[in-house]
Design a protein around this ligand. Structure first.
Ligand code: NI
Length: 138
């Protein structure tokens, strides 16, 4: 790996103990990887706040029997065809559908898409997962 820098970190003992417990619970073998992942999470939040190009998923559960909902959801998605990379639809049972939409674009448009989908009657749950293009997080 290029450009690895070692540095000292001062932390209150109680906080370091909590960090180490969390690290072990999550299965990390060392503090460096655990700390790097925390920094990346912060960088991704910042990318979304700054409006840079981001990647994410929109996961939603909706009622298959809700009148005209499926066509409404598709109409909305067609307006955002440049942001949508793919989508997957799973019939959970006779009534419930799970849809995962993979998106890439500026956060404002992704949030607008998610808001429009989530506001449709019959959508029971919607969650946006914020991730990154991977370019800005090393
Ligand atoms: Ni379905």
């Amino acid at each position: 790996m290029a450009g690895i820098v070692r540095f000292g970190v001062s932390l209150e003992k109680g906080l370091l103990d909590k960090f180490d417990r969390l690290m072990r619970r999550k299965g990390y073998g060392n503090r460096s990887k655990a700390l790097a992942d925390i920094v990346r999470e912060k960088l991704i939040v910042q990318e979304w706040a700054e409006g840079k190009e981001v990647v994410g998923t929109i996961t939603m559960i909706y009622n298959h029997h809700q009148r005209e909902l499926t066509s409404r959801l598709l109409d909305i998605q067609h307006h955002y065809y440049t942001e949508i990379l793919s989508s997957q639809h799973i019939h959970l049972d006779q009534c419930n559908c799970l849809e995962v939409v993979v998106v890439r674009g500026v956060p404002g448009k992704i949030k607008a898409l998610a808001d429009q989908l989530g506001a449709c009657r019959g959508v029971k749950h919607l969650q946006v997962t914020m991730s990154s293009t991977g370019k800005g997080i090393e």
